[in-house]
Design a protein around this ligand. Structure first.
Ligand SMILES: Cc1ncc(COP(=O)(O)O)c(C=O)c1O
Length: 440
């Protein structure tokens, strides 16, 4: 544990870290510590940074709004930037009609779940109370989010207090059963869902990440998998609830991932990139059908029982507006599609490394699975946590990594240049080579 510090760091074994590097500034893609050393932000400061650090248009948007109105609640009042942002989000999200703001991804998912459950009560179908999910999904760290996104290594300590969900397998090409092709594996997963849906009319919603499971290990769905689940939901009267908190707004190379996947969700949530990664804000959007079900006289008690102090904070929402304006002006999605070709070009170099079992990517997201035996796909093991070992080695090469288990995640700011992305991959290769002596 660091001496003279009372600070408890997230998801961190504090006894393992004798010291923490202090970041004092950010400029472009770089984080700079108190000794002036620069680190390429390979994690987009927890997957949210879009333009790099200290982008002047965003900083100015914060200053401008801060001088005018810092916070006023959406309880009884409204504010201009939240109104305009909700219109803007509806414009870019096909099929959506209402926006509910929260302050982070986990709470956006809590709202999604509550809306989905209450919807069925509002329309008088009291028996629809179960939630279906995909194994290895991740939707945040609050209790509802942990329940729908149960990752055993993260949440087993709380299992007794989580609500039950019906979990289905998601096809993972690298770990598919030996006797099945990936297509057969996908068909099997879909068949399992269909069988359950056909025999159980009490399922309220199917909750899943859109496009890929990120924290679950960068598992990119086969092309039609998500759409097939969407179709089953429609057929069996189950709400389709998507989480685009990590995968929307360009991370997978599309602005609205469900549109790319030809899906029509009933509820969808965004967070992380919404403000460009500078302030905390998330949004849960629903179709008209869903939001209309919450209308009635006050005494019917059909309204949504949810709200946070900072719901619709005007500094966050005006910053998000500026961020969205930049997406359009700078044609960011096109830029991501071009820059991310670097991942394609350099995949082989990474795959050829001794410790690399699998490399998977989509848009501006890459997962590199580290194994000690390529044939057996045995995850690497290190004495200290793999995250700690990779982070320390990465620092030697001026790159900031945060791994998930044995998977190195490359999740850079979305506007990264080709040159900087190549720097990140060079640093990744040096880091993987550098840790080979630390494998036990
Ligand atoms: C898909 C997904 N949903 C929800 C969350 C939770 O967001 P937050 O950390 O802002 O609560 C995350 C966080 O990584 C995420 O990846």
């Amino acid at each position: 544990m660091k001496k003279n510090s009372q600070l408890w760091h997230p998801n961190t074994q504090m006894s393992e870290w004798s010291d923490f590097t202090t970041i004092v500034r950010g400029k472009g893609m770089w984080l700079i510590d108190d000794h002036g050393t620069k680190y390429l932000d390979g994690v987009a400061s927890m997957w949210c940074n879009v333009w790099g650090h200290s982008r002047k248009e965003l900083v100015n948007a914060i200053i401008k709004q801060t001088k005018k109105l810092q916070h006023s609640p959406l309880f009884n009042f409204t504010n201009e930037s939240s109104e305009i942002l909700s219109k803007k989000l509806i414009d870019i999200c096909p099929g959506m009609s209402s926006v509910f703001f929260t302050d982070n991804g986990s709470t956006a998912m809590e709202v999604s779940i509550k809306i989905a459950l209450q919807y069925w009560k509002n329309i008088g179908l009291e028996n629809k109370t179960k939630i279906a999910t995909l194994k290895n999904g991740y939707h945040g760290d609050t209790f509802g989010a942990m329940s729908v996104g149960y990752v055993p290594e993260f949440f087993s300590k709380f299992k007794s207090k989580l609500f039950q969900t019906i979990q289905f397998e998601a096809p993972n090409p690298y770990h598919s059963p030996k006797n099945l092709s990936i297509k057969e594996f996908e068909d099997k997963c879909i068949e399992n869902i269909e069988n359950r849906f056909s025999s159980d009319d009490s399922i309220a919603a199917f909750v899943m990440e859109s496009g890929a499971q990120v924290a679950g290990g960068v598992i990119i769905y086969p092309p039609n998998f998500q759409k097939r689940i969407n179709s089953l939901c429609k057929k069996h009267n189950v709400l389709f609830v998507l989480d685009e908190i990590a995968t929307g707004f360009g991370r997978l190379g599309s602005m609205i991932e469900y549109e790319k996947q030809n899906c029509k969700p009933d509820i969808v949530s965004y967070g992380k990139m919404l403000t460009g990664g500078y302030l905390t804000l998330a949004a849960t959007l629903t179709t008209k059908n869903i939001s209309n079900s919450f209308l009635g006289s006050f005494n019917e008690m059909k309204h949504l029982f949810h709200g946070h102090t900072y719901t619709g904070n005007p500094i966050s929402t005006s910053l998000a507006l500026k961020n969205l304006q930049l997406y359009e002006e700078k044609k960011l999605i096109k830029k991501i599609q071009k820059t991310s070709r670097v991942f394609i070009n350099r995949k082989k170099e990474l795959s050829n490394l001794d410790l690399v079992g699998d490399v998977r990517y989509k848009g501006m997201l890459m997962g590199i699975e580290l194994v000690s035996d390529k044939n057996k796909k045995t995850p690497i093991q290190t004495k200290k946590s793999i995250n700690n070992v990779i982070f320390e080695e990465g620092k030697k090469h001026n790159v900031f990594f945060r791994t998930l288990g044995n998977i190195i995640m490359l999740v850079p700011p979305l506007a990264i240049s080709e040159k900087e992305l190549n720097f990140l991959i060079d640093g990744t290769i040096k880091t993987i080579k550098g840790i080979s002596k630390k494998i036990i």
